[in-house]
Design a protein around this ligand. Sequence first.
Ligand SMILES: CC(C)(COP(=O)(O)OP(=O)(O)OC[C@H]1O[C@@H](n2cnc3c(N)ncnc32)[C@H](O)[C@@H]1OP(=O)(O)O)[C@@H](O)C(=O)NCCC(=O)NCCS
Length: 174
Amino acid sequence: MDNTAENPSRTSEKDSLQASRQELELRLNDMLDEMTENENTRFNTVLSRKDSHTEHVEIVMYRHTNGSGRLFGGALLQMIDTVGAICARRHAGAEVTTVAIDNLSFKAPAALNSTILLVAEVEQVGRTSLKVKVTTYVEQLNGRRDEINIAYMTFVAMDRYNHPTPVPRLLELQ
Ligand SMILES: CC(C)(COP(=O)(O)OP(=O)(O)OC[C@H]1O[C@@H](n2cnc3c(N)ncnc32)[C@H](O)[C@@H]1OP(=O)(O)O)[C@@H](O)C(=O)NCCC(=O)NCCS
């Protein structure tokens, strides 16, 4: 009897494992190609600040106030982070995460029932990071806008595997 002959059912199991492995490798290569193509496309795109300009309007409610009945800094920071992230996402065309609050200046308070307006614009971009400026105003009933806060925040664009991914360039001529 030939001891080196393989069991036919083991051979077909091996063949089917080999086929599944080849199929998985092909799919993985397709996914990597698609990711690289998306990254290259994004990195070679140029967008203006207007493309990601983001505004948010809110009335200061009791839930936003501190013990003095004025806008609580932490509540404003949550709004700034949200509006800044939406602006960064719009520019990046990808999910973003906050990595730094570079500067946050409270210039004036806002009273209960005030209308506040937050305006976010991309200030500068790196390879995978974006610096966003968020300016907050109190809007008076006559339409006048008084600046109450300026914040600079850094976001990083993330791919679907939670790794930093390139962002579009920023058009500087504006
Ligand atoms: C975002 C994160 C994945 C980046 O990881 P990392 O190992 O620092 O990645 P890299 O070194 O490749 O840096 C990626 C980019 O982020 C920038 N960056 C990282 N940390 C930074 C910081 N503290 N301030 C400013 N930029 C920063 C780098 O300069 C780089 O920018 P570039 O590509 O434009 O040159 C990681 O820092 C992280 O997960 N942080 C936590 C984010 C988070 O949980 N946020 C929620 C806060 S509540």
